[in-house]
Design a protein around this ligand. Structure first.
Ligand code: CTP
Length: 308
């Protein structure tokens, strides 16, 4: 066969294989999203809306069912009137977990190149932007963050730092799981008071109990016995609804990297984590194994290396 013909044939076969692989990946992605959709509708469940509750209403915590809290005036004022995810559909999304595996990764520009970037627990970006990027479209804030990262807003200095972090988010969704576990209501209240007192351009969202139950239910029926889903897994589950392609960065719940070098639990602080302790609320290594399986099946892309 002449060389030209052989080259053409080889090119055609390669193209066909690539198209088939891409098709396969798209199918797995679609299938996962469809399955998750049977359990939840993130556009609706991402936040309780104003019309559905009033100040004083009683809410049961998801993980401490016998304990309740009341919808405060401030929380009510900050409930959105329409879903922050209404009509949102994005081609490529990045979800940035907080593992120290991101340090020296140079993944910042790659993360920022996504159409929608989700971050967890108000993790700082400024000093780490080379590795983690700047862009933020949605960021979560567990009540514990107010204590851990902002010293319970005790002084003017910490209140300023908190407000500065929020101002840098300009227009992003601030997602506060206020009804997950008891113990954080005062912290949420202090944070909300500050948001209302100062001009902060964030769109607050408070996930419904339904979302948290549904995410847990979805993974349980898929035989993934997760005690309490981590923020990262909640974000991935939700993102399947509004993202075509999902890329995960900073997910690495292990003390050593693949080459045996120590990895910090968080890229930005000195917090230590007992990855395998039975008293921990999360089952991160199990979640990671599940995400790795989905990565192998082509349903998501898990980035754990460097980006140069
Ligand atoms: N994460 C990870 N490996 C780590 C640290 C975090 O995979 N070493 C992922 C988890 O999915 C986690 C997310 O990054 O949910 C954000 O990290 P963090 O702020 O520590 O979240 P949580 O542990 O869920 O928060 P909390 O401890 O307040 O429940």
């Amino acid at each position: 066969m002449p060389l030209v013909l052989r080259t053409l044939l080889f090119g055609f076969v390669t193209l066909l294989v690539v198209v088939l692989i891409i098709d396969d990946i798209a199918e797995v992605e679609e299938e996962t999203a469809k399955n998750i959709l049977r359990f939840l509708d993130p556009e609706r469940d991402i936040s309780i809306l104003k019309g559905t509750l009033k100040p004083g209403d009683i809410i049961h915590y998801v993980f401490d069912r016998h304990s309740t809290t009341n919808i405060s005036e401030n929380l009510y004022r900050l409930l959105p009137t329409v879903s922050p995810m209404k009509n949102q559909h994005h081609r490529r999304c990045a979800i940035v977990g907080n593992s120290g595996i991101l340090l020296n990764s140079s993944c910042g520009p790659e993360i920022d190149s996504h159409d929608f970037v989700i971050r967890c627990n108000l993790a700082p970006v400024e000093e780490y932007h080379r590795d983690v990027g700047w862009r933020t479209n949605l960021v979560t804030m567990n009540p514990s963050v107010v204590q851990r990262a902002f010293q319970d807003l005790v002084s003017e200095e910490w209140r300023d730092r908190f407000l500065q972090r929020l101002r840098s988010l300009s227009g992003s969704v601030l997602w506060i799981p206020a009804f997950m576990a008891k113990g954080g209501e005062e912290r949420v209240e202090w944070a909300l008071r500050l948001i209302l007192l100062h001009t902060v351009d964030v769109r607050t969202a408070f996930p419904s109990l339904r979302l948290l139950h549904a995410v847990r239910g979805y993974w349980l029926t898929n035989n993934v016995h997760i005690k309490r889903p981590t923020t990262g897994l909640l974000m991935y589950t939700m993102a399947t609804r509004f993202c075509e392609e999902i890329h995960l960065y900073g997910f690495w719940p292990f003390p050593l990297d693949p080459r045996g070098k120590p990895v910090k639990y968080h890229y930005y602080d000195t917090l230590k984590y007992e990855y395998t302790s039975s008293s921990s609320p999360h089952t991160m290594p199990l979640e990671f194994r599940t995400l790795s399986t989905l990565h192998r099946q082509g349903a998501l892309r898990l980035h754990t290396g460097t980006c140069d």
